[in-house]
Design a protein around this ligand. Structure first.
Ligand code: NAD
Ligand code: MN
Length: 357
């Protein structure tokens, strides 16, 4: 029997609080299903570590992580450390070094989320496939004449044929595997004429290999409006790094907010570990108060199990989460309830026990 090796990086702020609940969920699955074995190692590489050592992780941090089957990440960010340091020295190196070029963000309306947090009565169940390795988030560019009237900043967008082809292929494969009929290309090739035209061309080329799946193309501004007006018509959306980032926060706002939004940074070839993390950050405003909603982190753990080939366990987690939102008694404050992080996490565990018997 295979024992999964999982590297756990709780991070800062509410990260450790929600991670605690995700670990409870993984442990109960292990207790209830003897075919599921895992070993988790905890790495406290966070802003506290930075303040002590002058870096976000040890020099050989990536070499250590490389040996794991998956990385479960909490959230990073601390008012005492500039955000670009915590992002560019911890999250980005992991995403880049491990070729996690797919960022997958499911947006699904769960039963029972109170109405004031949802902006649509119709069902919502779509997925954003965000390009995660290149695009607008590049280190290429610079600033000259700093502090003068002539100051100029240039930030280059890198779109490559290979990078676009692999993300497009992932999106179409995903659609095929999960029974979606269409893929939407989020673009802006009418205004961003060099990079986005290449993006469109490559996506159209890949689409031609999937005659059963329809390709639709929308400019990002119009698509943002459709997200609000008719999210029930969305299916799989393939987007560049920046567009995908923005659309996924918008998507999460449609179904109940950051507290319930999971994400996966995937290396589809499985050469390197993939990383699973909530969309939200470290939420310093509520950290230490037991108010954080653990669903995003627990759902991210479900995405991890799905990617490790345990779709069965992932779907049990999802069912348990939805039971809790549907009953509506153990909701955290962000969803209008007054339960603590631990109370909600434990209720999800109870539901898992019920499902698994
Ligand atoms: P944030 O996601 O931390 O918080 C935004 C708002 O959502 C806050 O009001 C917060 O209380 C609320 N919120 C977030 N998660 C919640 C949860 N699980 N339950 C209930 N409410 C929740 O974003 P921010 O305030 O822009 O950033 C705070 C810090 O997090 C910054 O340092 C930022 O750089 C960092 N950040 C990190 C990541 C990451 O680790 N990948 C992502 C985004 C932001
Ligand atoms: Mn974001």
């Amino acid at each position: 029997m295979r024992e999964f090796r999982i590297a756990v990086l709780p991070g800062d702020g509410i990260g450790p609080e929600v991670m605690n609940e995700a670990l409870k969920v993984l442990r109960i699955l292990k207790d209830k299903d003897y075919t599921f074995q895992f070993h988790a190692d905890m790495f406290l590489w966070n802003s506290e570590y930075y303040l002590q050592h002058g870096r976000m992780m040890p020099e050989n941090g990536l070499d250590i992580l490389k040996n794991y089957d998956a990385i479960l990440f909490g959230a990073i960010g601390d008012p005492r450390v500039p955000d670009d340091i915590s992002v560019w020295e911890l999250i980005m190196p992991i995403r880049k070094r491990f070729c996690q070029y797919v960022n997958l963000r499911p947006v699904k309306k769960l039963k029972g989320i109170p109405e004031q947090f949802i902006h649509q009565e119709r069902p919502i169940n779509f997925v954003i496939v965000r390009e995660n390795a290149e695009g607008e988030y590049s280190n290429s560019g610079g600033r000259i004449y700093q502090g003068t009237d002539q100051e100029i900043a240039v930030q280059n967008t890198i779109i490559t044929r290979k990078g676009t082809e692999r993300i497009a292929r992932y999106a179409f494969q995903y659609a095929k595997k999960h029974g979606y009929q269409k893929v939407i290309n989020a673009t802006k090739s009418n205004a961003v004429v060099h990079s986005m035209k290449l993006w469109d061309e490559v996506i159209e080329h890949v689409a031609s290999e999937y005659p059963d799946i329809q390709l639709e193309k929308y400019y990002i501004d119009a698509l943002a409006a459709y997200f609000v007006q008719r999210p029930d018509t969305l299916q799989v959306i393939v987007a560049s790094n920046l567009f995908g980032d923005i659309l996924s926060d918008l998507g999460s706002a449609l179904v109940g907010g950051l507290g319930i939004s999971p994400s996966a940074n995937i290396n589809p070839e499985g050469v390197f570990p993939s990383m699973f993390e909530p969309v939200h950050g470290s939420a310093p405003d509520i950290a230490g108060k037991g108010k954080a909603n653990p669903i995003a982190q627990i759902w991210s753990a479900a995405l991890m199990l799905q990617s490790l080939g345990r779709e069965d366990l992932a779907s049990i987690i999802l069912k348990a989460i939805e039971k809790v939102t549907e009953h509506g008694e153990k909701l955290t404050e962000d969803l209008g309830g007054n339960s603590t992080t631990a109370e909600m996490g434990e209720e999800i565990v109870r539901q898992i026990v019920k499902i698994m018997g």
